[in-house]
Design a protein around this ligand. Structure first.
Ligand code: FA5
Ligand code: MG
Length: 337
C-alpha cells in the first residue's frame, strides 16, 4: 500500500543473520547473556496489525498506526514496527523465556541514526509470582549492559509503553554521553490475561541493534550497515572492533522550499528522496518555516553524500531534480522555485 520498492527489497537481507556483520555480532553477545532462552531470528516481518498493535494495547488512534509512520502491506498486515509484535503469539504458544531478533520497519526522519529498516531484539521472561519481578528485570538488564559495554554506569528512567506497566527506558553513560539503549517493563496484566497467564508475571525488553552496533564499533552513519563495500564489511571478524573509516567524501547540500497542502506528509517526502537517491541521502532537515495568509512554507535541506565514492555535481543535480519532480507530482505541496 505505501511500501516503496527500495524498502521491500530489504525484507530478505536479514543483516542480523549475516555472519560477522556488526549487527549479528551484537545479537550474539545478547544471546550469550541468556543461554537458556529459546531464540527466534527468522520470523517474517510481515505481521498482522493485531499482533503489532491491538494485542499490545496500542490505542486505535495512536500515531504509530498511521500510514505516515507504518508500512502497510494491506489493511490488516504491516511490516512490523518492533519485535514486540511477536510477544503474544509466543506467550500463547507456551514460550516462557525467549529472544526474538528481526528486521523492523518505520517511516521516519532521515539522519545518521535513523533508517527505515533497522533491527531489534526482544527478550521476554515469565516468572513465578514469588520472584521480585522488577529486581529480576533489573539484574538481567545489568547483565546485558555489562556484556555489551563492560563496567559502565547506566540508569533506568520511568517511561510509558502501552504494553508494559511499569515501563522504563535505559541509558548508558558511554564515551562521555548518556545514550538511550533500550525500552523495558513488566508485561501488562491485560496481556498476561489474554495469553492465559493470569497469576504469573513477565518482564520484557526491546533494544535497537543498529544503534548499539554504531556505538560499539564507532560506525558514524547507519547507512553503512547496508554497505557491501569490502572496505566496510571486510573489517569485521565477529568480535567488537573499532571501525576505521575510509576517506569521507564531500557532501552536497540542496535546499527545497514548498507551500504545504493540508495532507502534506514529511515521511512520504522522505521516502521519495530515499527511493530516488538510494543511500546517497545523508539527512533531510527543516531549515526554515513560516506562515503567511494562512499558508505554511517549509524549507528543507537535503544533504547528499556517498559512503563509498565521490560523485559529480551533474550526478547530484540530476538526482535532486528528479526528487523535486517526484515530490511535485506525489506530495501535497507547491514547490517554490
Ligand atoms: C520499542 O520499539 C518497544 N517495542 C521496546 C520495548 C520492548 C519496550 C519490550 C518495552 C518492552 P522504541 O520505539 O523506543 O521501543 O524502539 C526501540 C529502539 O529501536 C530504539 O531505542 C532504537 O534503538 C531503535 N529504533 C527505532 N527507530 C529506529 C530507526 N528509524 N532507525 C534505527 N533504529 C531505530
Ligand atoms: Mg527479513
Amino acid at each position: 500500500m505505501n511500501i516503496p520498492d527500495h524498502i521491500l527489497s530489504k525484507v530478505d537481507e536479514n543483516l542480523h543473520n549475516k555472519k560477522k556483520h556488526p549487527i549479528e555480532t551484537v545479537k550474539k553477545i545478547i544471546y550469550d547473556c541468556f543461554p537458556d532462552f529459546s531464540r527466534f531470528d527468522d520470523i517474517s516481518p510481515k505481521v498482522a496489525v493485531r499482533s503489532n498493535f491491538d494485542d499490545l494495547l496500542i490505542p486505535k488512534n495512536h500515531v504509530s498506526r498511521s500510514l505516515s509512520d507504518t508500512y502497510y502491506v494491506s489493511d490488516d498486515v504491516v511490516l512490523r514496527t518492533h519485535t514486540s509484535a511477536h510477544q503474544t503469539e509466543m506467550l500463547k504458544n507456551g514460550e516462557y523465556s525467549f529472544l526474538v531478533a528481526g528486521d523492523c520497519y518505520r517511516r521516519d526522519e532521515i539522519d545518521s541514526c535513523h533508517y527505515p529498516v533497522f533491527h531489534q531484539i526482544e527478550g521476554v521472561r515469565v516468572v513465578e509470582s514469588v520472584v521480585d519481578i522488577e529486581s529480576d528485570l533489573k539484574s538481567n538488564i545489568e547483565l546485558v549492559i555489562g556484556s555489551l559495554f563492560g563496567d559502565c554506569q547506566f540508569r533506568m528512567r520511568s517511561h510509558k509503553f502501552p504494553f508494559t506497566q511499569p515501563s522504563w527506558e535505559v541509558d548508558v553513560f558511554y564515551n562521555g554521553n548518556w545514550l538511550e539503549v533500550l525500552g523495558c517493563g513488566i508485561v501488562h496484566y491485560k496481556i498476561m490475561k489474554s495469553c492465559g497467564l493470569e497469576g504469573s508475571s513477565a518482564w520484557a525488553f526491546g533494544m535497537g541493534l543498529d544503534r548499539l552496533a554504531m556505538i560499539l564499533f564507532d560506525i558514524p552513519d547507519i547507512r553503512l550497515m547496508w554497505s557491501s563495500d569490502e572496505r566496510f564489511i571486510g573489517q569485521f571478524d565477529g568480535s567488537i572492533k573499532k571501525f576505521k573509516p575510509f576517506s569521507k567524501y564531500p557532501p552536497c547540500n540542496k535546499d527545497i522550499s514548498m507551500w504545504l497542502g493540508d495532507s502534506f506528509c514529511e515521511n512520504s517526502m522522505n521516502d521519495i528522496i530515499r527511493g530516488m537517491s538510494g543511500d546517497l541521502v545523508e539527512s533531510v532537515s527543516l531549515q526554515d518555516t513560516f506562515t503567511k495568509d494562512g499558508k505554511t512554507s517549509n524549507c528543507y535541506r537535503v544533504v547528499y553524500r556517498s559512503m563509498d565514492r565521490s560523485f559529480t555535481n551533474e550526478e547530484v543535480n540530476n538526482m535532486h531534480i528528479s526528487c523535486v519532480e517526484l515530490i511535485k507530482s506525489k506530495i501535497d505541496c507547491v514547490v517554490r522555485e
